[in-house]
Ligand binder design. Structure first.
Ligand SMILES: [Zn+2]
Length: 257
């Protein structure tokens, strides 16, 4: 009878020791959490919980630009969009993708003006989401092969969109190497139709053989996605500095913030 009793007592001791250890770990970690939070909280609050809509340009029957060796704009925009989505989600940002596969938004239907209808549907989807930021991804093409470099566009006259585009362009230039291109205004339908602060990123020139090769390289695609994500974070941090996460509160549209 003694044997089992001793085992029970020892087990109880072991359990108490484990509980004490666990309590020590938890209590020991608390001051660390308390020290870290005040510095990180304002930026995290400005970013986490926001909604970012990502538009992979073209898709389905519309390949977009075709590179000198055959790369299709629609494939490159989607590959970067999927990576961007992952990076944003890691920062607790909600994401909306206008497409996640090789199709447009008019699939299976007849539309007299398919491209226009496609763009209108993308904008309507984004506007319904209450997005705080909209970013449309495209790749450039030009008759001459000499041009290269990513460039970001915004709708002229939209100050909030300008700040978003400049933040993204600054990050692209810093992370992707020499590029003297600046964020520029452009009168583009998708930028006109979307209500959130909106930027259109031309990730590079498919008409430049070297840039076409890089844009097909997943490693480079990650770098482009990281640059865009960092630009969005910088914009959100500045835009919503000191403002708690807007749970259930849409972005308020462009220009009004
Ligand atoms: Zn395009």
């Amino acid at each position: 009878m003694r044997g089992p009793l001793i085992i029970v007592v020892r087990r109880r001791h072991l359990l108490l020791a484990l509980l004490a250890l666990l309590a020590g770990v938890v209590l020991g970690a608390l001051p660390l959490v308390a020290r870290v939070r005040p510095a990180a909280a304002p930026v995290a609050d400005a970013i986490s919980g926001r909604i970012v809509a990502i538009d992979a340009g073209h898709g389905g029957p519309d390949p977009g630009a075709i590179g000198v060796s055959g790369a299709r704009e629609k494939d490159i925009t989607l590959a970067i969009a999927i990576k961007l989505e992952q990076l944003l989600r890691r920062a607790a940002v909600y994401t909306l993708m206008t497409r996640t596969g090789d199709h447009d938004l008019v699939q299976g239907e007849h539309a007299a003006h398919r491209q226009r209808e496609d763009l209108q549907r993308r904008a309507a989807l984004v506007n319904r989401s209450g997005a705080h930021v909209f970013v449309s991804l495209h790749a450039n093409s030009f008759p001459s092969p000499v041009w290269s470099g990513a460039q970001t566009f915004y709708l002229g006259g939209e100050e909030t969109s300008r700040r978003l585009a400049e933040a993204i362009q600054q990050s692209l230039v810093a992370k992707l190497g020499p590029n003297r291109r600046q964020a520029r205004p452009a009168d583009l339908r998708i930028l006109r139709d979307v209500e959130a602060p909106a930027a259109l990123v031309e990730v590079g020139f498919l008409s430049n053989p070297e840039e076409e090769r890089r844009l097909q390289d997943p490693e480079y695609q990650w770098r482009v996605a990281e640059a865009i994500a960092d630009g969005i974070f910088a914009f959100l941090a500045a835009q919503y500095a000191g403002e708690p996460t807007s749970r259930g509160r849409p972005g308020g549209g462009r220009g009004g913030l």
